[in-house]
Design a protein around this ligand. Structure first.
Ligand SMILES: [Zn+2]
Length: 294
């Protein structure tokens, strides 16, 4: 049995998985605002599921997977600088694996859906931000520091201000916030929208501004994908996260712009697909990590 945690800025999701990777039980609790509270929430859950072999934790930011330090979580600063792996391992006395949540999701998608088919894959999660990970030669791309901050690929040096402190990051265009910024700037004068669902409903109703906002998002996404493909040459780029459920609104433009911008020799090697894992990508990735490390 494996115990998995996907720590987000709002909720901590817990999943208990059987040795073959089947999700047996799932729970969610509000993320405590302080570090001690987060550790306590993990320990209390672990005490309910005695007898698990290993535990994996996905964190919403940059971390040092081996050493166990969380380096920087922009939306959950209580974790910054803390050695979460060590602090949990000292109490639970079982192996603990730590990784960035986008990396975990990439591993989950690969392990449960693609590992018998392909060797190289990129996974992008489109939600509040833009995260992801890469699997190369069947292994998650990682190091002494978690890798693949695809959301912060620079698209426009003079562009929109990003939460990371820089300007023009891909995430400022390709995320829920990015979509809203684009829509609201295009529809100046009318009411500002505050949810992606509202933009999507307008799109479905034939609104031209909403359609254009998705086209812009799809185009920037394609440029990011082309940049990543020129370096890593994945066989597939898979898209998950909340915005992927609106893919009909932006993916046609992504295909078009991608084939224009990707290096010609790679164009026919890379296919773009939607993720098979839905809401549980991060937790499934944690389970995949426990199984792979066995
Ligand atoms: Zn940034």
């Amino acid at each position: 049995m494996y115990l998995c945690f996907d720590i987000g800025g709002t909720n901590i999701k817990t999943g208990v998985f059987s040795p073959d990777g089947t999700l047996i039980e799932k729970a969610s609790t509000k993320t405590p605002s302080d570090y001690e509270g987060i550790v306590r929430a993990i320990i209390e859950t672990a005490e309910k599921f005695k007898g698990f072999e290993a535990c994996a934790i996905a964190v919403p930011g940059t971390c040092a997977p081996n050493e166990g330090q969380v380096i920087f979580c922009p939306n959950l600063t209580a974790l910054n600088g803390k050695n979460l792996k060590k602090d949990v391992q000292d109490i639970l006395k079982t192996p603990i694996y730590l990784e960035n949540d986008g990396n975990m999701a990439a591993l989950g998608e690969y392990f449960f859906y693609e590992k018998n088919r392909i060797k190289n894959m990129i996974f992008l999660t489109l939600g509040t931000g833009l995260g992801g990970g890469a699997v190369l030669n069947g292994e998650l791309l990682t190091s002494d520091i978690s890798m693949f901050e695809a959301g912060h690929i620079n698209i426009d040096p003079e562009g929109r201000r990003c939460g990371c402190g820089k300007r023009g990051c891909l995430e400022t265009y390709v995320s829920v916030g990015g979509l809203l910024r684009t829509y609201n700037s295009l529809s100046s004068g009318t009411e500002e929208l505050d949810s992606a669902n509202k933009v999507y409903n307008l799109y479905k109703a034939g609104d031209k501004v909403a359609a254009l906002a998705y086209e812009v998002l799809g185009g920037y996404l394609a440029i990011g994908m082309a940049t990543l493909s020129n370096i890593l040459v994945p066989q597939k780029i898979k898209i998950g996260g909340g915005l992927s459920e609106m893919a009909d609104a932006f993916l046609p433009n992504t295909y078009k712009v991608f084939s224009r911008h990707v290096y010609p020799s790679y164009r026919d090697r890379v296919s773009i697909e939607l993720s098979s894992l839905k809401n549980n990508a991060g937790l499934s990735g944690c389970a995949a990590m426990c199984i792979s490390k066995k």
